[in-house]
Design a protein around this ligand. Structure first.
Ligand code: UDP
Ligand code: MG
Length: 317
């Protein structure tokens, strides 16, 4: 299998059929051995019967129906796990991504990249509720993860199999796929792709999604930078806090001994104690983190590095 196209759908009864037809005609032209994996994320409208009908009509189509609505990230993860292609491509099921961009994504991969992400340009969504928050989120994500992409929210992306199979997605993390892949050493790029207004159905998200996204960003940043060395971050905060607390305590003690000043009721004393206690707690948390990190990596045999190639006499073919 050369190519797997993953499409998560949740209540997209009107969009699904036209989209599958578009994808088919693009795949026909590509002439690669491909499969279309539609993940029905617990739709409650007419999506399922339509999917069954399409399944009988199109031999490349595979349908994965989840028991209930697990969310877009879970649906994508289900598709990734099921996919067999050497190249795995994901796109929205609402028709906002244009399947005609697929060949351009694939040719970028042929240039040697491991992951190509779409950049919806121009973006066909309302300004205040979607484009502005998304612009801010993209800036923030690029800055914090240090993976400079213009559009993290775009589902249309293509990646090599090994990258896709390694992803472990939780929460709303499908949007951090490029950042996670980058940490594993993948070569990443983006290309501009078409974006179309939603013609049918409605968006499954509201502005409230920024909160989960922000929290996930925190998780991703932590995992990317400190998963193998939690004590470096917690311990640093702990040392600084404890150190400042200690200095204040020394100062108060000197005042007490040398100048016989009463220090019992001083706010500084409270502050000093607070900082020292917090410092100890952060260091302890870091040590616990170190133990968890070992369990995490060793329980799944997940090394802290990624090998690209091995040159070894015995492995010569
Ligand atoms: N989706 C899903 N499960 C969900 C929510 C959304 O599979 O719980 C799918 C949805 O059907 C669509 C894609 O994820 O194919 C993107 O959703 P949507 O178009 O609502 O997001 P937007 O484009 O508005 O960001
Ligand atoms: Mg959409």
């Amino acid at each position: 299998m050369d190519l797997s196209v993953i499409i998560p759908v949740y209540n997209e009864e009107e969009s699904l059929e036209p989209l599958i037809h578009e994808v088919r005609s693009v795949l026909d032209l590509l002439g690669r051995n491909s499969e279309i994996i539609v993940v029905d994320d617990g739709s409650t409208d007419g999506t399922y019967p339509i999917l069954r009908r399409l399944y009988r009509m199109e031999p490349r189509l595979k349908a994965l129906c989840l028991k209930r609505n697990f969310g877009q990230t879970a649906a994508v993860a289900a598709g990734l796990a099921y996919a067999q292609g050497d190249i795995i491509l994901a796109m929205d099921g609402d028709g906002q991504n244009d399947p005609k961009d697929i060949p351009a994504l694939l040719s970028k991969l042929d240039e040697g990249f491991d992951l190509v992400s779409g950049w919806r340009f121009p973006r066909m969504d309302p300004f205040w509720s979607r484009r502005l928050p998304s612009r801010i989120a993209n800036g923030l994500i690029s800055w914090i993860t240090r993976v400079p992409l213009h559009d993290y929210g775009c589902m249309l992306k293509a990646m090599r199999r090994d990258i896709a199979k390694e992803l472990r997605l939780y929460g709303e993390m499908h949007r951090f796929i490029p950042a996670i892949a980058f940490e594993r050493g993948a070569k990443i790029t983006e290309i501009k792709v078409h974006h179309r207004p939603r013609r049918w159905g409605k968006s499954k998200y509201s502005i409230a999604r920024i909160f989960p996204v922000l929290l996930d960003l925190l998780t991703v940043k932590f995992l990317l930078s400190y998963a193998t060395r939690p004590l470096h971050i917690f311990g640093l905060i702990g040392l600084m806090s404890g150190g400042i607390g200690f200095l204040i305590a020394v100062y108060l003690t000197l005042e007490k001994i040398l100048y016989r000043v009463a220090i019992g009721g001083r706010p500084l004393l409270l502050l000093s104690i607070l900082l020292i206690v917090i410092g100890f707690q952060f260091i302890t948390m870091g040590l616990l983190g170190e133990m968890l990190a070992r369990t995490y990596h060793e329980s799944q045999d997940k090394p802290i590095y990624v090998v690209k190639e091995i040159l070894d006499e015995r492995k010569r073919v």
